[in-house]
Ligand binder design. Structure first.
Ligand SMILES: [Zn+2]
Ligand SMILES: [Zn+2]
Length: 183
């Protein structure tokens, strides 16, 4: 779906869309498990700059929800993550912020982005908003043990066979004395 300025000049556009897995490229890190369901409204907002200049912004307000699968940051096992986000975005024409000081922000609540050419595609908006809604790091459980740094075994499944030498300071000190006596 593409919101064109010339259509928005006539009336706001309400949208209700579903994006099946694969319809939007979310990158290799995320596997989309359910459709991205999104709905909302696109509006034209005109900003008056001085006497003659009018800048046409596109405001997109809505919400989205989907389910993604990510890898646990510690053990790399798949983790299912429900993603939900409300958004209120203002897109200005690319390059219109050159004289930034003159700008009067229409709505301080809105996040500001930029569009190029005739308008903006809902796919781009949705991709950006989904990626913003995903936490940077997820773990499969609070006390995930992660992988053994030596053999790579998932330590949630039990200990590995690597012998971890834990040397207590006092034994180390004793060893040192023994070493000295031996010489
Ligand atoms: Zn984990
Ligand atoms: Zn190991």
């Amino acid at each position: 779906m593409f919101f064109e300025i010339k259509d928005l000049e006539l009336h706001p556009i309400d949208f209700e869309e579903k994006f099946d897995p694969g319809a939007i490229d979310l990158g290799a890190e995320y596997r989309q498990r359910t459709p991205i369901v999104t709905s909302g409204r696109a509006d034209l907002v005109e900003e008056h700059h001085g006497k003659h200049k009018i800048i046409q912004d596109i405001r997109i307000k809505g919400r989205l929800a989907t389910t993604l699968e990510l890898s646990c940051a510690r053990c790399l096992e798949p983790v299912t993550q429900n993603v939900k986000r409300d958004f209120d975005l203002l897109y200005r024409p690319q390059g219109s912020d050159a004289g930034r000081d003159e700008m009067s922000v229409t709505d301080a609540e809105a996040e500001i982005g930029y569009y190029q050419g005739e308008g903006i595609s809902l796919d781009d908006v949705v991709r950006e908003q989904v990626l913003l809604a995903v936490p940077l790091k997820v773990t499969c459980r609070e006390n995930c043990q992660g992988l053994c740094p030596h053999c790579g075994k998932n330590l949630n499944e039990g200990p590995c066979d690597c012998t971890v030498e834990i040397e207590e300071p006092r034994w180390a000190a004793l060893k040192e004395i023994r070493g000295k006596l031996a010489n």
